[in-house]
Design a protein around this ligand. Sequence first.
Ligand code: BG6
Length: 478
Amino acid sequence: MTFILFGATGDLAKRKLFPALYNLYLDDKLPASFSIIGLGRKYSSDEDFQAKVEKALRAYSRRSVQLSNLQEFLAKFRYFTFDATIKESYTQLLELVETQENELGIPQNRLFYLSVAPSLVDVITTSLHSNGLDQNRGWKRLIIEKPFGSNVETARQLNHKLRKTFSEDEIYRIDHYLGKPMVQSLNTLILANPVLDSLLDQKLISNVQITASEIVGVETRADYYDKAGAIRDMVQNHLLQLVMTAALYLPENLTDNKTRAKKTEIIESLRPIPKEEAHLHVVRGQYEAGEIHDTPVIGYKEEPGVDASSQNDTYFAARLAIDHPAWEGIPFYIRTGKRMNKKSTQIVVEFKHKMVDSTKLQGTSPNLLVLEISPNESISLRVNLKEASGNQFKPVWINFSTNSENQPEAYELLLFDAILGDPTFFAHWREVELSWEWIEPLLNAYQENLLPLHPYRAGSTGPEAAEGLLQEDQHKWW
Ligand code: BG6
Protein backbone atom coordinates (compact mmCIF):
# COMPACT_ATOMS: atom_id res chain seq x y z
CA MET A 1 0.00 0.00 0.00
CA THR A 2 1.10 3.55 -0.67
CA PHE A 3 -0.27 6.11 1.75
CA ILE A 4 -0.36 9.47 -0.03
CA LEU A 5 -0.87 12.25 2.48
CA PHE A 6 -1.92 15.68 1.26
CA GLY A 7 -1.20 18.14 4.07
CA ALA A 8 1.80 16.31 5.54
CA THR A 9 3.21 19.40 7.24
CA GLY A 10 -0.02 20.19 9.08
CA ASP A 11 -1.01 19.80 12.69
CA LEU A 12 -3.18 16.74 12.16
CA ALA A 13 -0.34 14.82 10.53
CA LYS A 14 2.00 15.68 13.36
CA ARG A 15 -0.32 15.08 16.29
CA LYS A 16 -2.47 12.23 15.04
CA LEU A 17 -1.54 10.58 11.75
CA PHE A 18 2.18 9.87 12.18
CA PRO A 19 1.68 8.53 15.72
CA ALA A 20 -1.27 6.43 14.52
CA LEU A 21 0.79 4.93 11.69
CA TYR A 22 3.66 4.25 14.05
CA ASN A 23 1.50 2.44 16.59
CA LEU A 24 -0.09 0.37 13.82
CA TYR A 25 3.40 -0.45 12.66
CA LEU A 26 4.45 -1.54 16.16
CA ASP A 27 1.38 -3.77 16.27
CA ASP A 28 2.20 -5.30 12.86
CA LYS A 29 -1.04 -3.93 11.50
CA LEU A 30 0.37 -2.25 8.41
CA PRO A 31 0.73 -4.22 5.16
CA ALA A 32 3.97 -6.16 4.73
CA SER A 33 5.24 -3.63 2.22
CA PHE A 34 4.16 -0.03 2.29
CA SER A 35 5.38 3.48 1.75
CA ILE A 36 4.16 6.85 2.94
CA ILE A 37 4.48 9.89 0.71
CA GLY A 38 3.95 13.20 2.47
CA LEU A 39 2.97 16.17 0.35
CA GLY A 40 3.30 19.82 1.25
CA ARG A 41 3.85 23.16 -0.45
CA LYS A 42 7.12 24.04 1.26
CA TYR A 43 10.32 22.38 0.10
CA SER A 44 11.77 19.74 2.38
CA SER A 45 14.23 16.91 1.82
CA ASP A 46 13.28 13.33 2.70
CA GLU A 47 15.75 13.48 5.60
CA ASP A 48 14.23 16.65 7.05
CA PHE A 49 10.78 15.22 6.68
CA GLN A 50 11.78 12.00 8.41
CA ALA A 51 13.31 14.06 11.22
CA LYS A 52 9.97 15.90 11.61
CA VAL A 53 8.11 12.59 11.72
CA GLU A 54 10.48 11.35 14.41
CA LYS A 55 9.94 14.51 16.45
CA ALA A 56 6.17 14.09 16.14
CA LEU A 57 6.41 10.47 17.33
CA ARG A 58 8.48 11.48 20.33
CA ALA A 59 5.98 14.18 21.24
CA TYR A 60 2.65 12.52 20.51
CA SER A 61 2.90 8.74 20.19
CA ARG A 62 1.00 6.91 22.94
CA ARG A 63 3.81 4.37 23.10
CA SER A 64 7.35 5.53 23.42
CA VAL A 65 9.62 5.36 20.43
CA GLN A 66 11.61 2.14 20.17
CA LEU A 67 15.07 2.65 18.80
CA SER A 68 15.29 -0.91 17.46
CA ASN A 69 12.83 -0.29 14.65
CA LEU A 70 12.59 3.48 14.37
CA GLN A 71 14.92 3.82 11.39
CA GLU A 72 13.15 1.07 9.51
CA PHE A 73 9.83 2.87 10.06
CA LEU A 74 11.15 6.32 9.11
CA ALA A 75 12.69 4.92 5.93
CA LYS A 76 9.15 4.34 4.66
CA PHE A 77 8.59 8.12 4.49
CA ARG A 78 9.21 10.23 1.38
CA TYR A 79 8.50 13.90 0.98
CA PHE A 80 7.20 15.49 -2.19
CA THR A 81 6.99 19.25 -2.71
CA PHE A 82 3.63 19.78 -4.24
CA ASP A 83 1.48 22.54 -5.68
CA ALA A 84 -2.09 21.31 -6.03
CA THR A 85 -2.80 23.69 -8.90
CA ILE A 86 0.06 22.60 -11.19
CA LYS A 87 -0.36 19.65 -13.53
CA GLU A 88 3.32 18.62 -13.33
CA SER A 89 2.91 18.08 -9.60
CA TYR A 90 0.59 15.17 -10.35
CA THR A 91 2.64 13.63 -13.15
CA GLN A 92 5.75 13.73 -10.98
CA LEU A 93 3.81 12.36 -8.03
CA LEU A 94 2.63 9.44 -10.17
CA GLU A 95 6.22 8.79 -11.20
CA LEU A 96 7.33 8.74 -7.57
CA VAL A 97 4.47 6.46 -6.51
CA GLU A 98 5.21 4.02 -9.35
CA THR A 99 8.94 4.04 -8.69
CA GLN A 100 8.32 3.21 -5.05
CA GLU A 101 5.83 0.50 -5.96
CA ASN A 102 8.29 -1.09 -8.40
CA GLU A 103 11.43 -0.77 -6.33
CA LEU A 104 9.90 -1.93 -3.07
CA GLY A 105 7.54 -4.52 -4.55
CA ILE A 106 4.50 -2.70 -3.16
CA PRO A 107 1.15 -3.87 -4.53
CA GLN A 108 -0.67 -1.08 -6.37
CA ASN A 109 -3.04 -0.23 -3.53
CA ARG A 110 -3.32 3.51 -2.95
CA LEU A 111 -4.76 5.30 0.03
CA PHE A 112 -5.15 9.04 -0.55
CA TYR A 113 -5.58 11.11 2.60
CA LEU A 114 -6.86 14.67 2.23
CA SER A 115 -6.00 16.88 5.17
CA VAL A 116 -6.13 20.17 3.24
CA ALA A 117 -8.20 23.34 3.00
CA PRO A 118 -11.68 22.63 1.57
CA SER A 119 -10.91 24.91 -1.39
CA LEU A 120 -8.24 22.44 -2.60
CA VAL A 121 -10.32 19.27 -2.47
CA ASP A 122 -11.90 19.70 -5.88
CA VAL A 123 -8.70 20.42 -7.78
CA ILE A 124 -6.82 17.59 -6.06
CA THR A 125 -9.39 14.84 -6.60
CA THR A 126 -10.09 15.94 -10.19
CA SER A 127 -6.37 16.08 -10.99
CA LEU A 128 -5.72 12.67 -9.44
CA HIS A 129 -8.09 11.31 -12.04
CA SER A 130 -6.97 13.37 -15.04
CA ASN A 131 -3.34 12.44 -14.35
CA GLY A 132 -3.94 8.76 -13.92
CA LEU A 133 -3.12 8.37 -10.24
CA ASP A 134 -6.38 6.54 -9.73
CA GLN A 135 -5.79 4.10 -12.57
CA ASN A 136 -3.95 1.50 -10.55
CA ARG A 137 -4.38 -2.24 -10.58
CA GLY A 138 -5.18 -2.67 -6.88
CA TRP A 139 -7.65 -0.82 -4.68
CA LYS A 140 -7.85 2.93 -4.25
CA ARG A 141 -9.43 4.74 -1.33
CA LEU A 142 -9.88 8.33 -0.28
CA ILE A 143 -9.95 9.44 3.33
CA ILE A 144 -11.30 12.94 3.75
CA GLU A 145 -11.27 15.16 6.81
CA LYS A 146 -14.01 17.51 7.89
CA PRO A 147 -15.47 20.03 7.23
CA PHE A 148 -17.61 18.17 4.74
CA GLY A 149 -19.31 21.29 3.37
CA SER A 150 -20.75 24.15 5.39
CA ASN A 151 -24.42 23.50 4.62
CA VAL A 152 -26.43 20.94 2.69
CA GLU A 153 -25.77 22.60 -0.66
CA THR A 154 -21.99 22.87 -0.33
CA ALA A 155 -21.83 19.33 1.07
CA ARG A 156 -23.68 18.06 -2.01
CA GLN A 157 -21.35 19.94 -4.32
CA LEU A 158 -18.32 18.52 -2.53
CA ASN A 159 -19.68 15.00 -2.70
CA HIS A 160 -20.45 15.40 -6.38
CA LYS A 161 -16.84 16.42 -7.02
CA LEU A 162 -15.42 13.49 -5.08
CA ARG A 163 -17.65 11.06 -6.91
CA LYS A 164 -16.04 12.00 -10.23
CA THR A 165 -12.93 10.12 -9.09
CA PHE A 166 -14.06 7.83 -6.27
CA SER A 167 -17.12 5.65 -5.80
CA GLU A 168 -19.07 5.86 -2.52
CA ASP A 169 -17.44 2.59 -1.44
CA GLU A 170 -14.02 4.18 -1.91
CA ILE A 171 -14.73 7.33 0.12
CA TYR A 172 -13.96 7.23 3.84
CA ARG A 173 -15.34 10.37 5.51
CA ILE A 174 -13.57 10.71 8.84
CA ASP A 175 -15.49 11.56 11.97
CA HIS A 176 -12.97 10.92 14.70
CA TYR A 177 -15.74 10.43 17.27
CA LEU A 178 -16.53 7.18 15.44
CA GLY A 179 -12.96 6.10 16.09
CA LYS A 180 -13.16 6.47 19.85
CA PRO A 181 -12.69 3.00 21.32
CA MET A 182 -15.86 3.13 23.42
CA VAL A 183 -17.96 4.15 20.40
CA GLN A 184 -16.44 1.34 18.36
CA SER A 185 -17.02 -1.28 21.00
CA LEU A 186 -20.47 -0.20 22.18
CA ASN A 187 -22.34 -2.73 20.11
CA THR A 188 -20.20 -5.70 21.06
CA LEU A 189 -20.13 -4.66 24.71
CA ILE A 190 -23.88 -4.69 24.82
CA LEU A 191 -24.06 -7.98 22.97
CA ALA A 192 -21.52 -9.50 25.31
CA ASN A 193 -23.55 -8.37 28.32
CA PRO A 194 -27.16 -9.51 28.02
CA VAL A 195 -27.82 -7.64 31.23
CA LEU A 196 -27.03 -4.36 29.46
CA ASP A 197 -28.98 -5.44 26.42
CA SER A 198 -32.08 -6.05 28.47
CA LEU A 199 -31.78 -2.63 30.12
CA LEU A 200 -31.96 -0.91 26.77
CA ASP A 201 -35.66 -1.50 26.56
CA GLN A 202 -38.02 1.22 25.41
CA LYS A 203 -40.43 0.49 28.24
CA LEU A 204 -37.73 1.27 30.81
CA ILE A 205 -36.08 4.36 29.31
CA SER A 206 -37.14 7.89 30.17
CA ASN A 207 -34.67 9.88 28.06
CA VAL A 208 -31.17 9.81 26.59
CA GLN A 209 -28.62 12.59 27.07
CA ILE A 210 -25.49 13.11 25.02
CA THR A 211 -22.89 15.58 26.22
CA ALA A 212 -19.60 16.63 24.66
CA SER A 213 -18.20 19.37 26.86
CA GLU A 214 -14.76 20.87 26.49
CA ILE A 215 -12.48 22.98 28.61
CA VAL A 216 -10.60 24.46 25.68
CA GLY A 217 -11.79 27.63 24.03
CA VAL A 218 -11.40 28.62 20.39
CA GLU A 219 -7.60 28.26 20.68
CA THR A 220 -5.86 29.54 17.53
CA ARG A 221 -8.66 28.55 15.16
CA ALA A 222 -10.80 31.69 15.17
CA ASP A 223 -10.56 31.97 11.42
CA TYR A 224 -12.41 28.70 10.94
CA TYR A 225 -14.42 28.51 14.16
CA ASP A 226 -15.96 31.97 14.06
CA LYS A 227 -17.68 30.96 10.82
CA ALA A 228 -18.46 27.38 11.79
CA GLY A 229 -19.65 27.71 15.40
CA ALA A 230 -20.53 24.76 17.61
CA ILE A 231 -23.37 23.77 15.30
CA ARG A 232 -21.10 23.00 12.33
CA ASP A 233 -17.98 22.13 14.28
CA MET A 234 -19.51 19.58 16.68
CA VAL A 235 -23.24 19.07 16.17
CA GLN A 236 -23.69 18.31 12.47
CA ASN A 237 -20.98 15.66 12.64
CA HIS A 238 -19.89 14.35 16.05
CA LEU A 239 -23.09 14.78 18.06
CA LEU A 240 -25.45 13.56 15.38
CA GLN A 241 -23.14 10.60 14.80
CA LEU A 242 -23.35 9.83 18.52
CA VAL A 243 -27.14 10.10 18.37
CA MET A 244 -27.20 7.62 15.49
CA THR A 245 -24.77 5.33 17.28
CA ALA A 246 -26.65 5.43 20.59
CA ALA A 247 -30.05 4.96 18.95
CA LEU A 248 -28.79 2.08 16.88
CA TYR A 249 -28.52 -0.40 19.70
CA LEU A 250 -32.19 -0.64 20.29
CA PRO A 251 -33.90 -2.96 19.80
CA GLU A 252 -31.99 -5.42 17.64
CA ASN A 253 -28.52 -6.89 17.44
CA LEU A 254 -26.69 -5.66 14.41
CA THR A 255 -24.09 -7.16 12.19
CA ASP A 256 -21.39 -4.82 10.97
CA ASN A 257 -22.63 -4.40 7.43
CA LYS A 258 -26.09 -3.40 8.57
CA THR A 259 -24.81 -0.70 10.86
CA ARG A 260 -24.66 2.14 8.35
CA ALA A 261 -28.07 1.35 6.86
CA LYS A 262 -29.52 1.35 10.35
CA LYS A 263 -27.86 4.65 11.20
CA THR A 264 -29.39 6.19 8.09
CA GLU A 265 -32.76 4.93 9.24
CA ILE A 266 -32.30 6.75 12.56
CA ILE A 267 -31.20 10.04 11.06
CA GLU A 268 -34.06 9.83 8.58
CA SER A 269 -36.40 9.53 11.55
CA LEU A 270 -35.00 12.56 13.34
CA ARG A 271 -37.95 14.93 13.53
CA PRO A 272 -37.12 18.20 11.75
CA ILE A 273 -37.24 21.36 13.84
CA PRO A 274 -38.73 24.12 11.68
CA LYS A 275 -36.90 27.42 12.02
CA GLU A 276 -39.96 29.08 13.59
CA GLU A 277 -39.90 26.46 16.37
CA ALA A 278 -36.15 26.38 16.85
CA HIS A 279 -36.33 28.59 19.96
CA LEU A 280 -38.54 25.97 21.64
CA HIS A 281 -36.05 23.13 21.26
CA VAL A 282 -32.61 24.67 20.82
CA VAL A 283 -30.40 26.77 23.07
CA ARG A 284 -27.31 28.43 21.68
CA GLY A 285 -24.71 30.20 23.76
CA GLN A 286 -21.39 32.00 23.75
CA TYR A 287 -18.85 31.99 26.56
CA GLU A 288 -17.93 35.08 28.51
CA ALA A 289 -14.85 35.58 30.66
CA GLY A 290 -14.67 33.32 33.69
CA GLU A 291 -12.44 30.91 35.55
CA ILE A 292 -11.52 27.35 34.80
CA HIS A 293 -9.93 25.43 37.64
CA ASP A 294 -9.03 28.72 39.31
CA THR A 295 -7.40 30.17 36.20
CA PRO A 296 -9.07 33.25 34.73
CA VAL A 297 -9.88 32.99 31.02
CA ILE A 298 -11.10 35.60 28.56
CA GLY A 299 -14.48 35.65 26.87
CA TYR A 300 -15.06 34.49 23.29
CA LYS A 301 -15.36 38.02 21.90
CA GLU A 302 -11.93 38.90 23.34
CA GLU A 303 -10.21 35.88 21.77
CA PRO A 304 -7.56 36.71 19.16
CA GLY A 305 -9.06 36.75 15.67
CA VAL A 306 -12.67 36.92 16.89
CA ASP A 307 -14.75 39.95 16.00
CA ALA A 308 -15.80 41.91 19.10
CA SER A 309 -19.41 41.80 17.88
CA SER A 310 -19.34 38.10 16.94
CA GLN A 311 -22.70 36.31 17.24
CA ASN A 312 -21.09 32.92 16.82
CA ASP A 313 -22.18 30.05 19.07
CA THR A 314 -19.69 28.19 21.25
CA TYR A 315 -22.47 26.20 22.94
CA PHE A 316 -25.42 24.28 21.54
CA ALA A 317 -28.10 22.22 23.26
CA ALA A 318 -31.25 20.71 21.79
CA ARG A 319 -34.16 18.41 22.45
CA LEU A 320 -34.58 15.83 19.69
CA ALA A 321 -37.42 13.49 18.88
CA ILE A 322 -36.78 10.34 16.86
CA ASP A 323 -39.88 9.21 15.00
CA HIS A 324 -38.83 5.59 14.97
CA PRO A 325 -40.82 2.78 16.59
CA ALA A 326 -37.88 2.02 18.87
CA TRP A 327 -37.77 5.55 20.30
CA GLU A 328 -41.39 6.65 20.38
CA GLY A 329 -41.85 9.19 23.18
CA ILE A 330 -38.22 9.05 24.37
CA PRO A 331 -36.50 12.43 24.02
CA PHE A 332 -32.82 12.72 23.20
CA TYR A 333 -31.08 15.76 24.63
CA ILE A 334 -27.75 16.80 23.18
CA ARG A 335 -25.32 19.51 24.24
CA THR A 336 -21.81 20.62 23.49
CA GLY A 337 -19.80 23.63 24.50
CA LYS A 338 -16.34 25.10 24.71
CA ARG A 339 -14.93 26.58 27.91
CA MET A 340 -17.15 24.48 30.12
CA ASN A 341 -16.29 23.16 33.56
CA LYS A 342 -14.89 19.83 32.38
CA LYS A 343 -13.83 17.72 29.44
CA SER A 344 -16.33 14.95 29.08
CA THR A 345 -18.05 13.02 26.34
CA GLN A 346 -20.75 10.73 27.54
CA ILE A 347 -24.08 9.13 26.77
CA VAL A 348 -26.47 8.88 29.71
CA VAL A 349 -29.55 6.70 29.56
CA GLU A 350 -32.02 7.76 32.25
CA PHE A 351 -34.55 5.14 33.27
CA LYS A 352 -38.12 5.76 34.27
CA HIS A 353 -38.34 6.38 37.95
CA LYS A 354 -40.99 4.72 40.05
CA MET A 355 -42.50 7.51 42.12
CA VAL A 356 -43.91 5.18 44.72
CA ASP A 357 -45.57 7.28 47.38
CA SER A 358 -43.91 5.66 50.30
CA THR A 359 -41.98 6.97 53.21
CA LYS A 360 -39.95 3.80 52.86
CA LEU A 361 -38.33 5.05 49.65
CA GLN A 362 -36.99 8.42 50.63
CA GLY A 363 -34.12 9.82 48.62
CA THR A 364 -34.31 7.50 45.61
CA SER A 365 -33.48 8.95 42.23
CA PRO A 366 -33.64 7.62 38.65
CA ASN A 367 -31.38 4.74 37.65
CA LEU A 368 -28.81 5.83 35.09
CA LEU A 369 -26.66 3.96 32.64
CA VAL A 370 -23.63 6.08 31.82
CA LEU A 371 -21.40 5.31 28.86
CA GLU A 372 -18.34 7.42 29.28
CA ILE A 373 -16.54 7.88 25.97
CA SER A 374 -13.75 10.26 26.93
CA PRO A 375 -11.48 11.24 28.54
CA ASN A 376 -11.99 7.94 30.41
CA GLU A 377 -13.93 4.97 29.21
CA SER A 378 -16.40 3.26 31.40
CA ILE A 379 -19.86 1.87 31.68
CA SER A 380 -21.58 2.48 34.95
CA LEU A 381 -25.00 1.98 36.37
CA ARG A 382 -26.43 4.14 39.12
CA VAL A 383 -28.73 2.36 41.53
CA ASN A 384 -30.36 3.26 44.84
CA LEU A 385 -28.96 1.77 48.00
CA LYS A 386 -30.69 1.83 51.34
CA GLU A 387 -28.75 3.26 54.21
CA ALA A 388 -28.14 0.90 57.10
CA SER A 389 -30.67 2.52 59.36
CA GLY A 390 -33.85 4.45 58.57
CA ASN A 391 -35.66 4.61 55.24
CA GLN A 392 -33.20 6.84 53.47
CA PHE A 393 -31.70 5.78 50.13
CA LYS A 394 -28.59 7.09 48.44
CA PRO A 395 -27.35 6.58 44.88
CA VAL A 396 -24.34 4.30 44.32
CA TRP A 397 -22.48 3.42 41.14
CA ILE A 398 -21.75 -0.01 39.73
CA ASN A 399 -18.90 0.04 37.26
CA PHE A 400 -19.20 -2.48 34.47
CA SER A 401 -15.90 -1.72 32.89
CA THR A 402 -13.13 0.71 33.46
CA ASN A 403 -10.52 2.29 31.39
CA SER A 404 -7.58 0.16 30.44
CA GLU A 405 -4.33 2.04 30.10
CA ASN A 406 -2.87 2.97 26.77
CA GLN A 407 -5.88 2.42 24.53
CA PRO A 408 -5.40 2.86 20.79
CA GLU A 409 -6.32 6.31 19.59
CA ALA A 410 -9.27 7.10 17.32
CA TYR A 411 -7.07 7.73 14.29
CA GLU A 412 -5.27 4.46 14.80
CA LEU A 413 -8.49 2.46 14.72
CA LEU A 414 -9.87 4.45 11.79
CA LEU A 415 -6.72 4.20 9.66
CA PHE A 416 -6.61 0.49 10.31
CA ASP A 417 -10.24 0.11 9.20
CA ALA A 418 -9.59 2.13 6.05
CA ILE A 419 -6.57 -0.02 5.19
CA LEU A 420 -8.67 -3.14 5.67
CA GLY A 421 -11.48 -1.59 3.61
CA ASP A 422 -14.03 -1.63 6.44
CA PRO A 423 -16.21 1.50 6.23
CA THR A 424 -18.42 0.75 9.26
CA PHE A 425 -17.05 3.59 11.36
CA PHE A 426 -16.93 6.20 8.62
CA ALA A 427 -19.80 8.49 7.72
CA HIS A 428 -21.75 7.36 4.68
CA TRP A 429 -22.82 10.12 2.29
CA ARG A 430 -26.50 9.70 3.20
CA GLU A 431 -25.74 10.15 6.89
CA VAL A 432 -23.85 13.34 6.12
CA GLU A 433 -26.50 14.67 3.76
CA LEU A 434 -29.37 13.91 6.13
CA SER A 435 -27.48 15.50 9.04
CA TRP A 436 -27.06 18.68 7.03
CA GLU A 437 -30.71 18.59 6.04
CA TRP A 438 -31.68 18.41 9.69
CA ILE A 439 -29.31 21.26 10.56
CA GLU A 440 -30.43 23.52 7.71
CA PRO A 441 -33.57 25.10 9.31
CA LEU A 442 -31.52 25.80 12.42
CA LEU A 443 -28.89 27.62 10.36
CA ASN A 444 -31.72 29.63 8.84
CA ALA A 445 -33.05 30.41 12.30
CA TYR A 446 -29.56 31.65 13.22
CA GLN A 447 -29.43 33.85 10.16
CA GLU A 448 -32.85 35.32 10.68
CA ASN A 449 -32.14 36.02 14.34
CA LEU A 450 -34.84 33.68 15.54
CA LEU A 451 -32.62 32.09 18.17
CA PRO A 452 -31.21 34.17 21.00
CA LEU A 453 -27.53 33.78 21.83
CA HIS A 454 -27.25 33.14 25.57
CA PRO A 455 -24.06 34.19 27.32
CA TYR A 456 -22.52 31.73 29.80
CA ARG A 457 -19.58 32.07 32.12
CA ALA A 458 -16.42 30.21 31.14
CA GLY A 459 -16.00 27.32 33.56
CA SER A 460 -19.75 26.82 34.03
CA THR A 461 -22.05 24.09 32.71
CA GLY A 462 -23.44 26.40 30.01
CA PRO A 463 -26.34 28.84 29.78
CA GLU A 464 -29.23 28.60 32.22
CA ALA A 465 -31.65 28.38 29.33
CA ALA A 466 -30.27 24.90 28.64
CA GLU A 467 -31.37 23.80 32.12
CA GLY A 468 -34.80 25.20 31.33
CA LEU A 469 -35.05 23.05 28.21
CA LEU A 470 -35.02 19.90 30.33
CA GLN A 471 -37.00 21.32 33.22
CA GLU A 472 -39.90 21.82 30.81
CA ASP A 473 -40.00 18.02 30.56
CA GLN A 474 -39.38 17.52 34.30
CA HIS A 475 -35.88 16.30 33.56
CA LYS A 476 -32.40 17.56 34.33
CA TRP A 477 -28.97 17.19 32.77
CA TRP A 478 -26.85 14.51 34.36
C1 BG6 B 1 -12.95 18.64 16.54
C2 BG6 B 1 -13.43 20.06 16.63
O1 BG6 B 1 -13.59 17.97 15.48
O2 BG6 B 1 -13.26 17.96 17.77
C3 BG6 B 1 -12.79 20.76 17.81
O3 BG6 B 1 -13.10 20.74 15.43
C4 BG6 B 1 -13.02 19.99 19.06
O4 BG6 B 1 -13.30 22.08 17.94
C5 BG6 B 1 -12.62 18.53 18.89
O5 BG6 B 1 -12.23 20.58 20.09
C6 BG6 B 1 -13.02 17.72 20.10
O6 BG6 B 1 -12.51 16.43 19.96
P1 BG6 B 1 -12.18 15.52 21.22
O7 BG6 B 1 -11.73 14.23 20.65
O8 BG6 B 1 -11.14 16.24 22.01
O9 BG6 B 1 -13.46 15.43 22.01
